[in-house]
Design a protein around this ligand. Structure first.
Ligand code: UDP
Ligand code: MG
Length: 351
């Protein structure tokens, strides 16, 4: 399962960076990545995945490639979301080992050598574990709650407080890229694949500049997708809850009958009846919504639209996976030709 001898200085390292409107941080990110990886004396490529940025990010990335061809780019045809952007980068990564890092410098590039050292020592996936986060208290607490909830619901061990910041070996990345799921929760899939995984604690900085792209609803969506993708326990809990309520109602009803028939009691209580009715209606709607979420997930997967569509590539010769399950047909056929740079005509549009 572990590679015989791994050496960063003798390896090709890919660094995947999802970018969505990050013009304010790109110059510093570029400098810090360069400094970090030049000090490692390994051969590296940075894959910026421009996720349909509407600011100057795309042009800045192009310029970076002109200045240093080790900086490459995938320009997606529109904004597909963070997880889709990471997925695209991972599929194009050619390295013996691949790093994933956010553009906003919350994950310090200087920590990557420590993660790579663990990879050299034989770990296949080395993920950063957030020791502390310099973000709003509410966000920190919500994240804490989510990771604990996911971990307790998931059938496989999910690391706590770990995002997409990680290092992945070639073998594991190939397995990850082979998974056919379209709506991807990358950190969960990474854990699912298995092999030798280890966490390294680090301090997560605050965003260097610009604004977080994850609003409250986007975070909820990510959390729900994570839970639904890796657990059916919510459905089982709802079923158990329904069973408990049914049993309770049966006992309660039987008591009333006995009270009425044997003791001639008078049964009143419009208010308590309404209370019970409203409570149960709420529970039913909630359960229906929960089932709906799972059905919607099935619907997304059955439609089988690609996770992302590539608009153009810069400095990338060919994807690591030839006919990837998550990329569009346009991408697969165009990239199979193996040219250094492609302009891909899009043939997949949402209507
Ligand atoms: N990002 C992306 N597409 C999106 C939203 C975000 O590629 O639709 C990138 C973003 O540029 C950053 C990373 O994903 O590099 C994490 O996003 P952000 O920092 O906004 O999330 P947060 O750290 O606040 O959870
Ligand atoms: Mg961030």
């Amino acid at each position: 399962m572990t590679a015989p001898t791994r050496s960063v200085s003798r390896s090709h390292i890919s660094i995947v960076v999802p970018v969505y409107n990050e013009e304010a941080v790109l110059p510093e990110l570029c400098k810090r990545l360069q400094a970090t990886f030049e000090s490692l004396s390994g051969d590296f490529e940075v894959i910026f995945v421009d996720d349909g940025s509407s600011d100057n990010s795309a042009a800045m990335i192009e310029q970076m490639h002109e200045d240093d061809p080790r900086f490459c780019a995938i320009h997606l045809s529109r904004n597909f979301g963070h997880q889709a952007a990471v997925t695209a980068g991972l599929e194009f990564a050619r390295g013996d080992v691949t790093c994933v890092i956010d553009a906003d410098l919350q994950d310090p590039p200087e920590v990557l050598p420590t993660l790579l050292q663990e990879w050299e020592n034989g770990s296949d996936v080395v993920y950063g574990v957030r020791r502390n986060r310099k973000e709003s208290r509410l966000k920190v607490q919500l994240y804490r709650f989510f990771y604990r909830l996911l971990s307790s619901l998931s059938a496989i061990p999910m690391p706590l407080d770990s995002g997409d910041f990680c290092v992945i070996s070639r073998e594991v990345l190939d397995e990850l890229n082979r998974l056919p799921e379209k709506e991807r929760f990358v950190r969960g899939l990474r854990a699912w694949v298995g092999f030798r995984q280890v966490g390294v604690a680090y301090d997560r900085d605050s965003r260097r500049a610009g604004e977080s792209k994850y609003g409250f609803l986007a975070l909820v969506r990510l959390a729900v997708n994570g839970i639904v993708s890796f657990s059916d326990k919510p459905l089982i809990y709802v079923m158990l809850f329904g069973g408990v309520i049914s049993a309770f109602s049966f006992l309660y009803g039987s008591t009333l009958v006995v009270y009425r028939v044997l003791f001639g009691g008078v049964i009143t209580g419009y208010a308590s009846m309404m209370g019970g009715l409203l409570f149960l209606s709420g529970v039913q709607l909630l359960s229906l919504g929960l089932v709906g979420i799972y059905i919607s997930k099935i619907f997304q997967e059955v439609k089988a639209r690609p996770t992302y569509v590539v608009g153009s590539l810069r400095g990338l010769k060919r994807p690591a996976v030839e006919a990837s399950p998550t990329s569009s047909d346009a991408l697969s056929s165009a990239t199979r030709s193996g040219e250094g740079e492609h302009r891909i005509r899009l043939n997949t549009h949402d209507t």
